[in-house]
Structures are given as C-alpha cells and as structure tokens.
Design a protein around this ligand. Structure first.
Ligand code: NAD
Ligand code: TYD
Length: 342
C-alpha cells in the first residue's frame, strides 16, 4: 500500500511510521511535514535510510504545494496527523492553529479529492466533546463542546472531513483519541514536561487544583488503533480511541515523582488554564467491537518505559528545549508561577 502520512515527524506520526515500516514490508510512505517546532527528523532517524520512506517538506497552509505532493505521491490512503497540537499554545496564539488545523485540513481534503484517494483517516481528539460529567463517557454521537481554540479547530476539521464523505463520497474516517504519552513526545504536554522537569530538579507546574481528569493512552496503542481503522473501519464513521486509564493530573505527577525518586517539594500549584476542561472520558466500545482493537499497555509499565526513554535521551530533550522553546516556556509559565496559587 502507498500511504501519505502528514505530521510524521511529530510525536504520534513518527511512532506510526516506525510501527508500520516494522510490521508491513509492502508499505511505502511519503511523510508530508512542515517541520515546525514539533516536527523533528531525529524521531525518524531509525527509518531515514529505508527506501520505503520519503520526506516531503511541505506546509499544509500552502494549497498548491499540498496538491502537487498528493498528486505526485498518488497514495492509496492518507493518514492525517499534522496539526498544531497543544492547547496552551492555542490559547497564547490561536491563528496558526486555525490556519493549520482547519484551513490546512481543507487543503489536504481538496488535494485528496482531486487525486481520487481511496481512504482518508483524519486523526482527531476526545477534546472535541469538551468536559464530561462523572460518571458519563462520550460515545461517537455525543455533542461537540470544544473549549479551546485547539479543540474547536479539531472539531471544525472533523466536521469538514466528514462533509467530504457525505457530499463527495470520499471515504473519510475520523479517529478521536484520548491523551497520548510515550517516547518522543515534545516536553510541553503534561507527562513529558513533568518527567523532563523532575529529572532536572525543576518545579512541576500543576494547573489549578490538579484534580482535572484525563484518560491516558500509550502512543503505540493509538497507532495500532489507527491502523485498525485504516484497514477495517467503515467509511464515514467516527471511532473513539481510549486508554481506559482515567487519572487526576496530580496522581500522574505523584507517580512520576515516585518513579524518578524525586521529592514532592518540586510540585508547584500554579494559575489555572483559562477554559480548562475538568474531565475527559470516552468509550471505545465501537472500535473494539468493529475491529477487535484493545489497548495493550498498562499505564504503570508505559509510564516506566517512557521515563526510561527520557532518562536515556536527555540530549534529545535538551535540543528540543533550546531556542524558541524557552520563549514559549516563559510566556506560558512565568505569569502562572508568579500567580502561584499557594
Ligand atoms: P505533534 O505536535 O507532536 O506533531 C505535529 C506534527 O505536525 C509535527 O511534525 C509538525 O511539524 C507537523 N505540522 C504542524 N503544522 C504543520 C503544517 N502547517 N504543515 C505540515 N505539517 C505540520 O502532534 P502529535 O501529538 O503527534 O499529534 C498528532 C495528531 O494527533 C494531531 O492531529 C492531534 O490533534 C492528534 N491527537 C493528539 C493527541 C495527543 O495526546 N498528543 C491525542 C489525540 C489526538
Ligand atoms: P496537556 O498535556 O496539555 O493535554 P490536554 O490539555 O490536551 O489534555 O495537559 C493535560 C492536563 O495536564 C490538562 O488538564 C492540563 C494539565 N497540565 C498541568 O497541570 N500543567 C502543565 O504544565 C501542563 C502542560 C498541563
């Protein structure tokens, strides 16, 4: 199969490419990626010399370049990961998020329609359902209640992608996964940020009271789910992908401190995120029943493996945390830390 993957130099996209090249000898992959701050070719070092893999350094915001790349690659299927993926950055600066996640997806859909692509998997998030009250879980028919510019851009692009099925019969499938964790995740999201800071004895900034709940999904389990949807999902359908591991943020932080042998005095309760969703919760019953997928990684084991990876790859962390990262860290955390909620 000829695949065009977007955002393959990012956290989940690179895991997906590594997994597919390892498990499918017949696959050929073109990776369309703009290599933003979150796109890192080091994540693909292990496959860069593989003749089945090729990089197309292209920005989704450039409609013509996207169209040309899709036409040249002539893929059987597209798996669309590329996005501005971080809620806090979307709050600080929403425009690139709308431009890439919504307009960029539009460019890709148009290119795919023109090229007659047979399958289009749009990778989305459980955040589109917004905060879910205990003890409920959102299924795929739950209303969309996006809270941040990031989740609104994903909800919008989900609807746009599905409209290409309804209107043009382009075979679009949408996946909505819960919070991912694992190796190679940019240290701006909760788990890698807390691990990286703990390893360097830096403060661990917990937003608000730390009692917000997220469901944690190991990245390789997510990639297997996407593969299952690509191969066995029904066109026009949405599939939730959950890890079945709901935890308050503060419990995750305690587990990281215990596993790294660091002191709890590193915890700082800081000013909350505006519009912060209290709880995400989804059911993946549909995906499990229709494709036989189930998450395989236990959270404790996945967290231990992730921590080991960050311990062994401190140079990677240092490199991705240099340059523009410092500016982001300052703008997101300086005020929050100053307004420390004692
Ligand atoms: P990431 O931020 O690690 O990587 C994003 C990738 O997209 C990078 O390689 C970047 O260079 C590329 N990209 C960004 N803007 C681009 C543009 N304009 N043109 C081309 N490439 C561009 O993201 P991730 O965490 O790997 O997330 C991948 C996808 O999965 C996203 O669509 C995200 O919404 C979704 N998702 C993520 C999570 C999570 O917990 N990380 C959970 C559910 C869904
Ligand atoms: P994050 O990893 O940004 O993912 P999302 O916002 O997409 O769920 O955040 C996960 C949770 O952790 C969320 O409730 C916000 C919280 N959080 C902190 O408490 N401190 C931090 O420094 C970060 C980045 C997140």
């Amino acid at each position: 199969m000829k695949l065009l993957v977007t955002g393959g130099a990012g956290f989940i996209g690179s895991a997906f490419i590594r997994l597919l090249l390892a498990e499918d000898s017949a696959v050929q992959i073109v990776n369309l990626d703009a290599l933003t701050y979150a796109g890192n070719l080091e994540n693909l070092e292990s496959v860069s010399a593989d003749s089945r893999y090729k990089l197309a350094h292209v920005d989704l915001r450039n409609a013509e370049a996207v169209s040309q790349t899709v036409e040249e690659a002539a893929p059987d299927a597209i798996v669309h990961f590329a996005a501005e993926s971080h809620v806090d950055r979307s709050i600080l600066s929403p425009k690139p998020v709308i431009d890439t996640n919504f307009v960029g997806t539009f460019h890709l859909l148009e290119a795919a329609k023109k090229a007659g692509v047979k399958r289009f998997v749009h990778v989305s998030t459980d955040e589109v359902y917004g905060s879910i009250d205990e003890p409920n879980e959102a299924d795929e028919s739950a209303p969309l209640r996006a809270s941040s510019p990031y989740s609104a851009s994903k909800a919008g692009s989900d609807m746009l992608a599905l409209s290409y099925w309804t209107t043009y019969k382009m075979p679009v499938l949408v996946t909505r996964a819960s919070n991912n964790y694992g190796p190679y995740q940019f240290p701006e999201k909760l788990i890698p940020l807390m691990i990286a800071n703990a390893l360097e004895d830096k403060p661990l900034p917990v937003y608000g009271d730390g009692m917000q709940i997220r469901d944690w999904l190991y990245v390789d389990d997510h990639c297997r789910a996407i593969r299952a949807v690509l191969e066995r999902g029904k066109a026009g359908e949405i599939y939730n992908v959950g890890g079945s591991k709901d935890l308050p943020n503060i419990d995750v932080v305690h587990k990281i401190l215990a596993a790294t042998g660091k002191t709890e005095s590193l915890i700082r309760y800081v000013q909350d995120r505006p519009g912060h969703d209290r709880r995400y919760a989804i059911t993946s019953e549909k995906l499990m029943t229709e494709t036989g997928w189930a998450p395989q990684m236990e959270f404790e084991q996945g967290l231990a493996e992730t921590i080991r990876w960050y311990q062994e790859n401190s140079a990677w962390v240092e490199r991705v945390r240099s340059g523009a990262y410092r500016q982001y860290y300052e703008s997101n955390y300086a005020e929050r830390m100053a307004a420390d909620s004692d």
